[in-house]
Design a protein around this ligand. Structure first.
Ligand code: PNS
Length: 158
C-alpha cells in the first residue's frame, strides 16, 4: 500500500490544506493527515477539535485518515509504515524552511519529502492570517470550508 502523510498544525484546516490533501488522495492509496500535538503552543482549537473538523471535511475523499502525533515526524512515519511526507509550497518564502526540514528528515530517517505546489487561488493563505482576519470581523468565506467558518466565528465571538 502506498501511504503518505500530510503533517501540520491545522489550527484550523483551510481550503489551501484541503486542496493539497485532496490532490494527494488521488495519487496515493492512503493519506494520513497528522496533526501535531505541540505542548509549547496553545492553539485556537484543541487538537481533538482540529481532528473533528479535518475528519468532517475530508470524509468525501474516502482514503484519508486523520490522526494526531507528537515528537518527531519521522518517528511517526517509521511507526506507521509511511515512506513519504507531502508538503504544500505556497511561495519561494516557504522554500528555505521546508527544504531544511526535508533534508533533516531525510538525513535522520530516509523518509522522503514531496512538495506539491499550492493552487494559486490559495497561495496567500495561512491559518494564522485567517484567524487574524476572522478575529477582526473580516470575511473568510471561500478560504475555509463552511463548517470551519462557522466554528471560527463562534469561537472568536465567544
Ligand atoms: O502546519 P505547520 O505548523 O507548519 O506544521 C509543521 C510540522 C508539524 C510539519 C513540523 O513542525 C513538524 O514536523 N513537527 C514535528 C517535530 C519534528 O519532526 N521536527 C523536526 C523537523 S526537521
Amino acid at each position: 500500500m502506498r501511504r503518505v502523510v500530510c503533517p501540520g498544525s491545522f489550527d484550523p484546516v483551510t481550503n489551501g490544506h484541503l486542496d493539497i490533501i485532496g490532490r494527494t488522495s488521488r495519487l496515493y492509496d492512503e493519506v494520513v493527515v497528522a496533526v501535531l500535538i505541540n505542548i509549547e503552543k496553545t492553539g485556537l482549537f484543541t487538537v481533538e477539535e482540529r481532528i473533528e473538523m479535518l475528519e468532517a471535511v475530508t470524509k468525501e475523499y474516502g482514503n484519508v485518515r486523520v490522526e494526531k502525533f507528537h515528537g518527531l515526524l519521522v518517528d511517526y512515519c517509521r511507526q506507521n509504515d509511511i515512506a513519504a511526507i507531502v508538503k504544500g509550497l505556497r511561495a519561494v518564502s516557504d522554500f528555505d524552511y521546508e527544504l531544511q526540514m526535508a533534508q533533516l528528515n531525510y538525513r535522520m530517517s530516509g523518509v522522503e519529502t514531496l512538495f506539491m505546489s499550492t493552487n494559486p487561488e490559495y497561495s496567500f493563505l495561512s491559518s494564522s492570517r485567517l484567524k487574524e482576519i476572522a478575529r477582526y470581523g473580516g470575511d473568510v468565506s471561500g478560504l475555509v470550508p463552511d463548517l470551519v467558518q462557522r466554528l471560527l466565528v463562534e469561537r472568536l465571538r465567544g
